[in-house]
Design a protein around this ligand. Structure first.
Ligand SMILES: [Zn+2]
Length: 408
């Protein structure tokens, strides 16, 4: 049974059991009380009492016997329990370079709505970011005929160094200022609890819940977007480090006194593989037309590399080799079962190439056991947003279940 990763709670055993029961019903879809008791090791009488509270609170409902799974052809069909989809509606937002992407899910995890809205600028003052998010929520809920207060919780994922527990942004490429208590700002402007996290952690969450990592306890997700991000899952839990700023794969050093990074330091992986790093190199000797967007210039660079332009090839090859070295370092430290390379745009295909994977395998500690599996999972902003929604749903569930404990 997966623990809810924010279930610090009161230490009350019954509260923990309630969290466990909801998580179990969520992962099973439908499940009979007796099977919940078997899976949790809690007495059937306690499970009956706990699920009765949940039914009364409108979180859980019974499924008619004919719709539920019957007991393998013998005895009468058992009543199953499922979560009540309309118990809570939550929203997840992914902050990208140019747009905000939103996904709304119901309490069962079904996608109810999707919405995209351009950001007023790629980097915003914190108050302007709050206003953009508020405007997106207003638009998206209006399309469902709801007010913004119809949403029980909001998850927000953005790039940068973020303390998820404190809801604090140490630094983000999306904000013009450092050290912002963004969760507090959002909660002051919005009527629902807000759950903030680094976007790569939310991709890890999404991979764990509905992606390539279902059933995998130890895995690493590397995200390639404007920058390079990483989510680490150890024994089923997202690992965040002491200050909530672990997993800064993009800022691990791959070169002493190397290229200058956006973070201000030198030799970071990102300073070799990110879009800006490639364009910086290209600017030196490849005449990419001025007046074009960074995306257009990047496309020209990749076209030149495909056509065999030696300079373009050397830029892309260096980035690939740096990336392979970085991946090998990760595998050597964590020895995960699975590494997922997750990115949105085709333009980064060179980072997913067989050459990169071969180079990585060559630099991994060699033993007589297969190296970790590497999966490539391309998905768009909507899936990142769904990860943010799933994270908010965990938070909302925890709060809803704690409320049961208070009422009991
Ligand atoms: Zn850096």
């Amino acid at each position: 049974v997966a623990k809810l990763d924010r279930a610090a709670g009161s230490g009350d055993t019954r509260d923990k059991t309630r969290q466990q029961v909801v998580a179990l019903i969520r992962s099973a879809g439908q499940i009979a009380r007796i099977d919940i008791a078997a899976a949790t090791g809690v007495s059937p009488a306690t499970i009956t009492a706990i699920t009765q509270e949940m039914i009364q609170a409108g979180l859980v409902e019974e499924v008619a016997p004919e719709a539920g799974r019957s007991a393998a052809g013998r005895g009468r069909p058992r009543v199953s329990l499922k979560l009540r989809g309309d118990a809570h509606l939550v929203a997840g937002i992914k902050v990208s370079f140019r747009v905000l992407s939103l996904v709304m899910i119901d309490f069962e995890g079904n996608t109810v709505a999707e919405h995209v809205r351009p950001l007023t600028a790629p980097r915003l003052a914190p108050d302007d970011m709050v206003r953009d998010i508020q405007a997106l929520l207003t638009e998206a809920t209006a399309q469902l005929g709801l007010g913004i207060d119809g949403i029980s919780g909001l998850g927000v994922g953005l790039a940068g160094t973020i303390d998820a527990i404190e809801g604090f942004v140490h630094w983000s490429p999306s904000l013009t200022k450092r050290n912002i208590a963004l969760r507090d700002l959002l909660e002051a402007a919005l009527p629902m609890p807000v759950f903030l996290d680094n976007d790569a952690n939310l991709v890890a969450k999404a991979e764990q819940l509905f992606g390539e990592a279902r059933g995998v306890r130890d895995f690493i997700v590397v995200t390639i977007e404007q920058g390079v991000g990483m989510g680490i899952v150890i024994d089923g839990e997202v690992f965040r480090g002491t200050r909530g700023c672990g997993a800064e794969f993009g800022h691990t050093k791959v070169h002493l006194d190397g290229a200058l990074c956006r973070c201000g330091q030198r030799g970071c992986l990102e300073a070799y593989v990110a879009d800006y790093a490639l364009l910086r190199e290209a600017d030196v000797s490849i005449p990419l037309s001025t007046g074009k967007t960074p995306e257009e210039r990047l496309a020209l660079l990749f076209d030149a590399a495909h056509e065999g332009d030696p300079t373009a090839c050397s830029i892309v090859r260096r980035a690939s080799r740096m990336f392979a070295m970085g991946l090998a370092n990760l595998v050597n430290i964590f020895d995960p079962r699975l590494v997922i390379l997750s990115g949105e745009r085709m333009s980064h295909d060179f980072l997913y190439s067989d050459e990169v994977l071969t180079e990585m395998h060559n630099a991994v500690v060699q033993v007589d056991a297969p190296p970790p599996e590497v999966k490539i999972h391309k998905w768009g902003d909507q899936m990142w947003a769904k990860g943010a929604a799933a994270y908010a749903m965990e938070g909302v569930t925890e709060l809803a279940v704690r409320r049961l404990a208070v009422d009991a």
